[in-house]
Design a protein around this ligand. Structure first.
Ligand SMILES: *Cc1c(COP(=O)(O)O)cnc(C)c1O
Length: 397
């Protein structure tokens, strides 16, 4: 358990993970690069080898103060959490968490709105190891009870979905799962613990693609899993057995990003809301999929459960074909065209979620564009989008 839980989240973002024995007199925990750890004598070598070694130097694969500092800080951001393990990417974090929880013969429930690599993991790797996956309507809420079978061992959630932004009723799903001893796992990348403290809401495992808002600068791949009470040992043991380790340089950049995450998120939130409302009033736009807007599926749950919204949302175009959508995106000067999100710069991406769905048919008419709203002045972004929509109209003919 963290000793920072009495502090407010913005203060925790600044202070967490900076233990004096790790920072050794400077502000930030330095980059400790190590494979070999040298011991004073054989007695110390023997004492360090215990299986539960964590936060004690043992061997480079088990990390150094640089990685422990970031892990510790992420634990502090999730009140009630037991511990955090870091991974070289968000996808690696999801894989390790699922392997920690599931065994051959088990079934996993996955929302139909899940990030595509999560789907591929369920239908590929997990299937190969004898674990079944069933896809469910992300808006099912307490109705998840009817989908649970005798072998269901874990329920995966992603709220909101990172393409179509359905907000899930996490408390209702967790209540059903808890009553049946089923583990719950949430991909919390969009909200981060600052806008959705998942462990406090009794989720067992809260996953972040730290690549996004924690790093915040589009230059590092990093993931984390934060475990709730009684859940850390299984995660840590599986992760050790998988040989998972992050580079200290990447972890250091993650910590560097984390210190400004709350102020960045507030700006992402304000700018994204301004742009989402502007788009909502445009005739070329049929629907804005932003959890804070009533047009988003699950908006009521968002309003009930979340402390804020971040900078990623989608919108559907009124008519238009592939060529018109591409013309819109190609016209934008301030939006890069690329995967990922959560950095300081804006991005635009054509998305086609219907291609992946198997359990539900999303009823979003028109083609979709996903926007990551960065830290530029929103007036410049709106002017850019206005030009893009004019080209869309012209291309649509
Ligand atoms: C990007 C992303 C991931 C994967 O993170 P990587 O660091 O790119 O592997 C997982 N979940 C969501 C919702 C994401 O957007």
């Amino acid at each position: 358990m963290s000793d920072h839980e009495d502090l407010r989240p913005d203060t925790r973002v600044v202070t967490a993970g900076r233990r004096p024995e790790w920072t050794a007199g400077v502000v930030n925990t330095p980059v400790w690069r190590a494979s070999t750890i040298l011991y004073d004598d054989v007695a110390h070598l023997r004492a360090s080898g215990a299986a539960d070694t964590h936060h004690r130097p043992f061997y480079g694969r088990r990390g150094t103060p640089t990685q422990w500092s970031l892990a510790d800080a992420l634990t502090s951001l999730e009140p009630g959490a037991e511990g955090t393990f870091l991974y070289p990417s968000g996808v690696a974090a999801i894989a390790a968490c699922l392997m920690a929880v599931l065994s051959p013969g088990d079934e996993l429930l996955v929302p139909d709105s899940a990030y595509d690599p999560t789907r591929s993991m369920a239908t590929g790797l997990l299937k190969r190891f004898g674990i079944a996956a069933r896809f469910y309507d992300p808006l099912v809420g307490a109705g998840i009870a009817e989908l649970i079978g005798p072998t269901t061992r874990a329920i995966f959630m992603e709220s909101p979905g990172s393409l179509t932004f359905e907000v899930q009723d996490v408390p209702a799903i967790v209540a059903v799962a808890k009553a049946r001893g089923i583990a719950t796992i949430l991909d919390n990348t969009w909200a981060t613990p600052l806008f959705f403290p998942a462990i406090a809401k009794c989720v067992d495992y809260s996953i972040l693609a730290c690549t996004k808002y924690v790093v915040g600068h589009s230059d590092v791949m990093l993931g984390s899993v934060t475990a709730g009470p009684g859940r850390f040992a299984a995660l840590r043991d599986t992760s050790f057995q998988l040989g998972q380790v992050t580079s200290p340089d990447d972890a250091w950049l993650g910590s560097r990003g984390l210190r400004t995450m709350s102020v960045r998120l507030r700006q992402h939130q304000a700018s994204a809301l301004e742009i989402a409302h502007w788009l909502d009033a445009r005739p070329e736009v049929s629907r804005v999929l932003h959890p804070a807007l009533p047009s988003c599926p699950g908006h009521g749950i968002f309003a009930r459960d979340f402390l804020g919204s971040s900078g990623l949302f989608s919108f559907a175009l009124n008519g238009g074909d592939e060529r018109a959508r591409a013309a819109l995106i190609d016209t934008l000067d301030h939006f890069g065209i690329g995967y990922s999100w959560g950095g300081y710069e804006s991005l635009a991406l054509p998305i086609d979620p219907a291609r992946y769905r198997t359990a539900t048919r999303p009823d979003f008419a028109g083609s979709l564009v996903r926007l990551q709203i960065g830290l530029e002045d929103p007036a410049d972004l709106i002017a850019d989008l206005e030009r893009g929509l004019a080209v869309f109209r012209a291309t649509q003919g």
